[in-house]
Write a protein that binds this ligand. Structure first.
Ligand code: HPA
Length: 257
């Protein structure tokens, strides 16, 4: 029988493992949607079972538009996960979200295109297609899980901005300044390339899902120096610095009463 998993964590750019995970076993499930981005590492944090999956692969080989989001979520679900904390590396658009800030957005706008964004498929013989689903998505992140993450951050003494709108872009290139200016007008606070279709698929699959956004840089033209060039090294350095509180936050989330 599948043992339950207390929390599944999907790591984004710069986040390829949870070093604190103990007694780690690796699983390579193949789902009806194909193979996930890489092995699912299941281990313990304290007394709790945690599954970890690197969204881009452990060697960061998959660009955002080529990630098999369905297989990733289905694999975690098949292994016993019911709630997923998505770690997403993002750019900051509005003032509250400068580099190295952690945020827990409560809204999103999807600007991606051409990605498989649903588990609804026309049923043909043997395909195992699903019924047509029109899931409610007015509140894209699970309210109770967001509240638990925010409370855990507070108990762990980790600063976490509550709320904000995540704009999911297609990538893999970064945005133009005009695109970011438009996203700001649209109401986006954060920009990343992997928030969708993941959140929508999680809802269709019935998984609890929340996003912990790690701000790696000012989005194009959004910071104090409008001519700033965003480098991968800056992104990775800022993710590493901003992630120092994550183990304590995760443990507090797992130990929640
Ligand atoms: N734009 C989109 N995705 C990102 C960014 C950005 O500026 N930084 C990290 N992921």
């Amino acid at each position: 029988m599948t043992q339950p998993i207390d929390l599944a964590v999907i790591g984004g750019t710069g986040l390829y493992r949870i070093a604190e995970l103990q007694d780690v076993e690796s699983h390579q499930p193949v789902t009806r949607y194909g193979a996930p981005s890489g092995p699912v590492r299941i281990g313990r944090l304290g007394e709790r079972r945690v599954a970890f999956l690197a969204r881009h692969g452990e060697g960061h080989s998959l660009p955002p538009h080529q990630i098999n989001y369905r297989a990733n979520l289905a694999a975690l679900q098949a292994l016993g996960a019911t709630r997923v904390l998505a770690l997403n590396t993002v750019g900051g658009i509005t003032e509250r979200f400068g580099p190295r800030v952690l945020g827990c957005p409560d809204q999103l706008i999807d600007y991606t295109w051409g990605r498989i964004s649903t588990i609804c498929e026309v049923a043909s013989e043997g395909s195992g297609g699903t019924e047509v689903l029109h899931v409610d998505f007015g509140e894209p992140y699970t309210r109770a899980l967001r509240a638990a993450v925010l409370a855990a951050a507070q108990r762990a003494g980790v600063a976490l901005v509550d709320g904000g709108c995540y704009g999911a872009t297609q990538g893999p290139r970064l945005e133009t300044r005009a695109e970011i200016a438009r996203m700001r007008r649209d109401g986006c606070d954060l920009v990343g390339m992997t928030g969708m279709p993941e959140a929508g698929l999680a809802r269709e699959l019935g998984l609890d899902y929340a996003c912990l956004a790690i701000v790696a840089n000012w989005a194009a033209g959004a910071g104090p120096d409008p001519d700033e060039v965003i480098t991968l090294q800056d992104v990775l350095d800022n993710v590493a610095a901003a992630s120092s509180g994550l183990p304590a936050l995760l443990q507090a989330l797992l130990d929640a009463p």
